[in-house]
Design a binder for this molecule. Structure first.
Ligand code: PLP
Length: 397
């Protein structure tokens, strides 16, 4: 009999981490691999934030804190929601965790019973289905088409809701597609949700600050009638280049927030006291660099999308957010290239061209792959040249 639990057998390791490890191995073996697989900004954490952490250490903020966040950080989060989203939360409607990932995991652990369904629009962030499975729930995957910019439509949502639906996940801007829901699109989904009072909404806003072309970010908790059924997750990882600090937060109904803290109290206790102090500075300090960094991401997005669309066999939408694009490679699959799946496509790309990307099927939609352009322009130029030659060689065979 295996020592491994049954619930663990239901899940698989993160495919994005698998690609990153494979690329690392190849690099260690002397290969010149360019990684376009990582889900983190290549910029460093701004100095004012680092300084706040140094001061916290010097002041002795080095002890346990309240399980779900220091009062001062909760106040900063409360201020952020009011200032940026015009949403009012009381402090006991806010919970801080070790990254947004822990907040999501705790929410599912705290709310799912066997048989409960979670609607997950695909392509999705790889961790959602596995977290739901670990918590004993059932992922209900809804495949969203490229024609709809990979976003769930009100008709699809209506069809997916059953008596067993507990949550709908909305992730905008999206990982892996970069697609963003407009205010109108959120309002149209809300019309379906208002009639389904048993459905809660989990809004993953982690890429909120990485948007382009004057996109106006809108989050579903801004719809008054849905606020009491919405758990908004956000964090400092992507907006402030703080992936290693591990601070994320959730805001929503008090009973869920209380349940989340209960789980955290029996697992990790508080997130790092020093990281919490740094997050206070991130949220309360200058926000100037957000614009500069987004401008730099935009330049890369424009370059990547234009180049991909110039390659025979590939096509790519131009998304308004995050630092990912999700090109279509269906024309390069099949008899003429002898590559049957997107997984084979990315494996060959890594082997022959030494460029690491992640197959669309890992995100729940076949025939695509994800590029993260959170790397230097030099790297992107080199990588895109290689992708172009690789695709040309496939057709010439
Ligand atoms: N949600 C999405 C869509 C993400 O892409 C990520 C990180 O990759 C997270 C949540 C988790 O972020 P954190 O680093 O704060 O745990």
């Amino acid at each position: 009999m295996s020592i491994v639990s049954n619930s663990l057998k239901r899940i698989k390791p993160s495919p994005t981490i698998a690609v990153t490890s494979k690329a690392r191995e190849m690099r260690a073996a002397g290969k010149d691999v360019i990684g376009l697989g990582a889900g983190e900004p290549d910029f460093d954490t701004p100095d004012n934030i680092k300084e706040a952490a140094i001061q916290a250490i010097k002041k002795g903020d080095t002890k346990y804190t309240a399980v779900d966040g220091t009062p001062i950080l909760k106040k900063a989060i409360q201020g952020k929601f009011k200032r940026e989203n015009n949403i009012s939360y009381e402090v006991d409607q806010i919970s801080v965790g070790t990254g947004g990932k822990q907040v999501l995991y705790n929410v599912f652990m705290a709310t799912l019973n066997p048989g409960d369904e979670v609607i997950i629009p695909a392509p999705y962030w790889v961790s959602y289905p596995d977290m739901v499975l670990l918590a004993g729930g059932t992922p209900k995957i809804v495949k969203c088409s490229e024609e709809n910019e990979f976003k769930i439509t009100p008709e699809q949502l209506k069809k997916a809701i059953s008596k067993k639906t507990k949550w709908l996940i909305i992730n905008s801007p999206s990982n892996p597609t970069g697609s963003c829901y407009t205010k109108k699109e959120i309002e149209n989904l809300s019309k379906v949700l208002i009639g389904s009072k048993h459905v809660f909404i989990l809004s993953d806003d982690i890429y909120e600050h990485i948007t382009y072309d004057n996109f106006k970010f809108f989050t579903i908790a801004q719809i008054h009638t849905l606020k009491d059924r919405t758990l908004t997750m956000n964090g400092v990882s992507k907006s402030y280049s703080m992936t290693g600090w591990r601070i994320g937060y959730g805001a929503g109904p008090k009973d869920i927030i209380k349940a989340v803290a209960k789980i955290q109290s029996q697992s990790t206790t508080n997130p790092s006291s020093i990281s919490q102090a740094a997050a206070v500075e991130a949220l309360n300090g200058t926000q100037d660099f957000i614009k500069t960094r987004s401008d730099s991401f935009k330049e890369r997005r424009d370059f990547v999308v234009k180049t991909l669309n110039s390659i025979n066999g590939l096509s790519c939408l131009k998304p308004s957010g995050a630092f990912y694009v999700f090109p279509n490679c269906k024309n390069l699959l099949g008899d003429k290239t002898k590559l049957k799946t997107d997984k084979e496509f990315v494996e060959k790309l890594l082997e022959k061209a030494e460029v690491a990307v992640v197959q669309g099927s890992a995100f729940g939609l076949d025939g695509y792959f994800r590029i993260s352009y959170a790397t230097s322009m030099d790297n992107l130029k080199k990588a895109l040249d290689r992708i172009k030659s690789f695709c040309e060689s496939l057709v010439k065979q």
